[in-house]
Design a protein around this ligand. Sequence first.
Ligand SMILES: [Zn+2]
Length: 158
Amino acid sequence: MGDHERRDEQFLATLDIVREAGDPQWWLYLGRCHLCGQHWLVAQEERIYDEHLLARLAPSQTNDIRTIGHWPDIFTTYEAVLTVARQLSHPGFFMEAMADPLFCTVEDLRRERPEISGEEMARLLGVSQGHMRKLLAKTASRPVEHRLKRLLSWLGVG
Ligand SMILES: [Zn+2]
C-alpha cells in the first residue's frame, strides 16, 4: 500500500491479526478482514519504508498456515520484503546517518544471506554507496554486547 495514508489506516482498521509468524520473521502475520472474512498475508515493514505489504490469500493458503504452519513463499525473508517495498514505495530519510534501524536491517540481511553485497543493501535501504560503506565499517566495530543481545533474542533466549 502506499501514498493514500488514510486508506491504509481504514484498511488496517478492518484487519484482525490471526497469527504471527514470530521470530525470525517478526514482520510477518496472517490477518483477516472482519467485514468480509478475506485473509491477508501482511508484512509490516517499519524500519525503512514504514509500509504494510499485503497479499490476498486463497483459502487453501490460509488453511496451510493455520493447520501446518506453512507460510506462502512471499515475504519470508526481510530481503524479499524490502525488495517489494522498494518497488512500491520510497525509503524514509534518516536524519541520523547511523540510525539503529539501518544497522539492524544490515544485520538481518546478512544473517539471511551472508554473501549479499553492500551495493545490494544500499539499494534496499535507499542509502548511497558511501553511506553504506560507513554503515558497514561501523557494523564491524559495533559493541559485541549489542550483537549478542540480538542473537539471544533471535534464538528465543533473551
Ligand atoms: Zn474485507
